[in-house]
Write a protein that binds this ligand. Structure first.
Ligand SMILES: Cc1cc2nc3c(=O)[nH]c(=O)nc-3n(C[C@H](O)[C@H](O)[C@H](O)COP(=O)(O)OP(=O)(O)OC[C@H]3O[C@@H](n4cnc5c(N)ncnc54)[C@H](O)[C@@H]3O)c2cc1C
Length: 401
């Protein structure tokens, strides 16, 4: 947003955000944080990040525009300003990214008033961490094949089954849960629940990634229970409610301050610095015209992605239903991967030196980051699935089946 377009309230809020972040930016944690909120497993990192999120919420940088009854700060079109300042500032990410980025938009769109009042404020403050229980061993891209069952008994539901790849499941108090109440109806047989993770019927087991980190889990639900009051939407509306969650996960939701990873603009600056400080064939990579050309092209892509994501937030500029917003996750995750791939190219053979190798450039950040970028291109629907969605639902191309 340019200076000219800002109202006085917005202008003052932006200056406040800049000043506040400068004054309150936390000192680095003694043990470096993982690259993204998806990989946090150290309880001391959790506490540090919860404290940071709580402070940002208190200052009005989270839930800036939402009504007070939901724990919001009731400002006018200030959230985008706060989020932009947070992203620019190179500060720690918000740990409750599933809560902020998925639970909040889902509850705002489909939750009951009681659910909003109960669940939203502790999501904003980071006090209650959320996870997403959608994927199952036999249901990923074809999510509607999920088999976890929900059987109504009195005023509660009894849940049995297992979930997989559950990010932050090890810290979560609550899960966005999809379960099947009717086996005979693939889409209409799914209901959406808010499940308490701290109960005897829930077992969480970490899964280790190729990076050596964890961050996601298998979750086993063995006669776990959910009160009927924590069902979101009607029985059988789970697929529709899930679409509200996935729309946000894929970058087209209402923003309340979710920042789970480093901004691509910051990573781009680091890649340029790497090119300036890495020498190949007797000169800095930056001075090689072929590399310079490649970096400029990448910079252009990033700038286009950043401007597009700004455009996506403005209804009158986003070119019709979901056309721009739905590209967010696809473009953002692929640009992130290309940035890291470029860094590996700059490093050449040195890119094989990994974390904890004293000779690794930037403490092994680049090979680790490259592997971690696959989180973005797989989770929330793989890039292939995003392309199918854009092709079929946005461009109106014929369906493959
Ligand atoms: C780091 C990470 C974190 C995750 N966190 C969570 C989480 O917190 N909660 C959660 O519920 N899930 C989570 N997931 C799961 C994620 O949503 C699934 O991995 C994803 O939807 C793909 O499903 P799948 O792994 O079963 O792959 P599959 O569906 O088996 O797909 C395998 C391959 O086939 C391709 N493919 C499948 N169908 C088609 C098609 N119709 N057209 C073209 N190509 C196709 C896919 O693109 C992919 O390359 C996470 C995944 C990762 C990697």
């Amino acid at each position: 947003m340019s200076e000219r377009q800002l109202s006085q309230e917005q202008q003052e809020f932006r200056e406040f955000c800049q000043r506040w972040i400068e004054e309150n930016k936390p000192d680095p944690h003694p043990i470096p944080l993982p690259q993204a909120a998806y990989e946090v497993t150290d309880p001391s990192h959790l506490t540090y990040l919860q404290e940071w999120q709580a402070k940002c919420y208190e200052a009005g940088l989270i839930a800036s525009d939402l009504p007070k009854i939901y724990g919001g700060h009731e400002m006018t079109e200030c959230q985008a300003i706060a989020s932009a300042e947070v992203r620019k500032a190179d500060v720690p990410y918000f740990i409750n990214w599933i809560g902020l980025g998925m639970a909040v938009p889902t509850l705002l769109e489909c939750g009951s008033e009681e659910q909003k009042a109960r669940f939203l404020p502790p999501i904003f403050s980071g006090e209650e961490i959320w996870c997403q229980g959608f994927s199952e061993p036999g249901a990923g891209s074809d999510l509607a094949s999920l088999q976890t069952s929900a059987v109504k008994e009195g005023d509660q539901w009894v849940i049995n089954g297992s979930k997989v790849w559950t990010s932050l499941g090890h810290f979560a108090q609550f899960m966005l849960l999809l379960a099947r109440h009717d086996k005979s109806d693939k889409y209409g047989g799914i209901t959406y629940f808010l499940a308490d993770m701290n109960q005897p019927g829930v077992t969480v087991k970490p899964i280790h990634k190729m990076t050596g980190e964890s961050g996601f889990n298998e979750v086993f639900l063995d006669n776990a229970t959910v009160p009927d009051a924590w069902r979101v939407g009607n029985v059988g509306d789970g697929w529709k409610v899930a679409m509200a969650t996935l729309t946000s996960e894929r970058g087209a939701g209402v923003g309340v301050g979710a920042v789970a990873t480093e901004s691509p603009t910051i990573t781009m600056a680091q890649v340029i610095e790497l090119a300036k400080t890495t020498r190949r064939n007797g000169r800095a990579v930056w001075d090689d015209p072929v590399w310079r050309d490649r970096l400029v092209k990448l910079y252009e892509r990033i700038e286009a992605a950043v401007q597009n994501s700004r455009r996506a937030k403005l209804k009158h500029l986003n070119g019709g239903a979901m056309r721009i917003p739905l590209q967010g996750k696809l473009v953002g995750s692929e640009v992130g991967q290309e940035l890291h791939h470029t860094a590996l190219g700059i490093l050449g053979l040195k890119s094989a030196l990994y974390v904890r190798d004293p000779n690794a450039a930037d403490d092994g950040k680049w090979p680790l980051g490259y592997m971690n970028t696959y989180t973005g291109t797989i989770s929330g629907g793989s890039s292939e699935i995003q392309r199918n969605i854009l092709g079929e639902r946005v461009l109106g191309l014929p369906k493959t089946k």
